[in-house]
Design a protein around this ligand. Structure first.
Ligand code: DX5
Ligand code: ZN
Length: 218
């Protein structure tokens, strides 16, 4: 199981002060930043485009973990990798050639991963496990920050961890949605090594302590 990593989600930052907010993420000792891209179709909300990633790229060394919540991710992965994404994750629910899209991300030089919604069976990501650097199991229905963690999703992360061990894969296992200091240990026990936190991180009174609490989970 990988060393735990906290990936603060920029969605919960003050969008009028993004550069300062990102300095705050670095100041807390974080190494990753999670960037949520929404299209208003796959999810009922809109967020950022590739220009944000391009503008942030020269200002930070943070590993940019770009989560595409799009109906047609294949049309956008190149833009996001060229803008400076270190990793791009794509959902398995829309109809498109997922393997081809993963290859495209890798060929462009970024890490790649698949994402599944809370109601999507873990078997939907099984065909891609040898092709990915990370599998993201959503612990809320995507679209909005500040929702409640769905503990039932942990059966899927435990299954992913079992497959990883049995089959010799080395993808990371990420959760996203309602993650906080109370439920992160449960996630860790269910095989999770990568923790996205929006609200809990940005509202925390001591972000360094929050990061340490996550990144020192056994
Ligand atoms: C939800 C996004 C999440 C969101 C998490 O659609 O994918 O990354 O920012 O926010 P919190 O941690 O507030 O649930
Ligand atoms: Zn996300």
């Amino acid at each position: 199981m990988g060393t735990p990593i906290l990936a603060p989600s920029m969605l919960a930052a003050d969008h009028t002060r993004l550069a300062e907010e990102i300095k705050g993420v670095e100041g807390a000792g974080c190494s990753w930043l999670h960037v949520d891209i929404m299209d208003g179709h796959f999810v009922p909300n809109l967020t950022f485009g590739p220009q944000i990633v391009a503008d942030l790229r020269p200002k930070t060394e943070l590993f940019l973990d770009v989560h595409l919540m799009l109906d047609n991710p294949q049309d956008f992965v190149e833009l996001f990798v060229k803008a400076g994404a270190d990793q791009v994750t794509i959902h398995v629910e829309p109809e498109y050639d997922i393997s081809a899209c993963l290859s495209k991300i890798r060929d462009l030089g970024a890490k790649c991963g698949v994402v599944l919604n809370p109601s999507t069976s873990v078997s939907a990501v099984e065909p891609y496990l040898s092709e990915v650097d990370i599998v993201l199991a959503m612990t809320v229905q995507p679209g909005f920050g500040g929702q409640s963690f769905q503990e039932g999703v942990l059966a899927k992360t435990a299954q992913l961890a079992a497959w990883r061990q049995e089959r010799g894969h080395n993808f990371r296992i990420e959760v996203d949605g309602g993650i906080n200091a109370d439920n992160a240990p449960l996630c860790r026990k269910a095989g999770v090594d990568t923790f996205v936190a929006g609200t809990a991180f940005f509202k925390s009174s001591d972000r360094t302590l929050f990061r340490k609490n996550i990144e020192t989970l056994d």
